[in-house]
Design a protein. Structure first.
Length: 179
């Protein structure tokens, strides 16, 4: 076995170990990292009825796929992610895709971020986290801000629309509006 093959093999093993760290880090912070399927992201963004002047915030943005898809639609999008590896990974892909003018990833705990600039919020979090966010949403979001939650509700809030996904085991996407 030649040395370059061995180095590549070690590099791949290191990346696998790093990925295991990334997913375990997320599970200990607020929610496990479960990438949202592209067809679900498309539906989430469609349900939000995005306009060119919207600013979308994705709370717990993971690998940045929602932010990137929104930016590809011409929407300014901000991801909030606490995991430094996922932040680096997301920023790298945003740079590779030349979306820096539309997409941004901020490394932070979303409970510490002022969300008042957002006109659309996307969340794919634990039920308990969704419930804790309701007070923050009431304090910081302006009237008419759309919140897209997949697949869990904001308990006690009445959604404007519920989209049932026949092709997803996770199912509903909820649209809420701040009144």
């Amino acid at each position: 076995m030649n040395s370059s093959f061995f180095i590549i093999f070690l590099g791949i093993l290191s990346l696998i170990a790093l990925w295991r760290y990334i997913t375990n880090f997320s599970a200990n912070v607020s929610a496990p990292f479960i990438p949202t399927e592209p067809k679900i992201i498309k539906r989430m963004l469609d349900i939000a009825h995005l306009k060119k002047n919207d600013i979308l915030y994705d709370l717990g943005s993971g690998d940045g796929r929602i932010i990137i898809m929104a930016a590809l639609r011409g929407i300014k999008a901000v991801g909030i992610e606490i995991d430094p590896i996922k932040v680096w990974y997301s920023r790298l892909f945003i740079k590779i895709m030349k979306l820096e003018k539309k997409a941004k990833i901020e490394r932070n705990n979303f409970f510490n971020v002022n969300l008042s600039r957002a006109s659309v919020i996307t969340i794919f979090l634990h039920h308990e986290i969704n419930q804790l966010l309701k007070e923050k949403f009431h304090k910081e979001l302006k009237r008419g801000t759309r919140i897209i939650s997949y697949p869990l509700t904001l308990e006690g809030w009445k959604p404007e629309r519920i989209y049932i996904n026949a092709d997803s085991s996770w199912s509903p996407i909820y649209l809420y509006k701040i009144k």
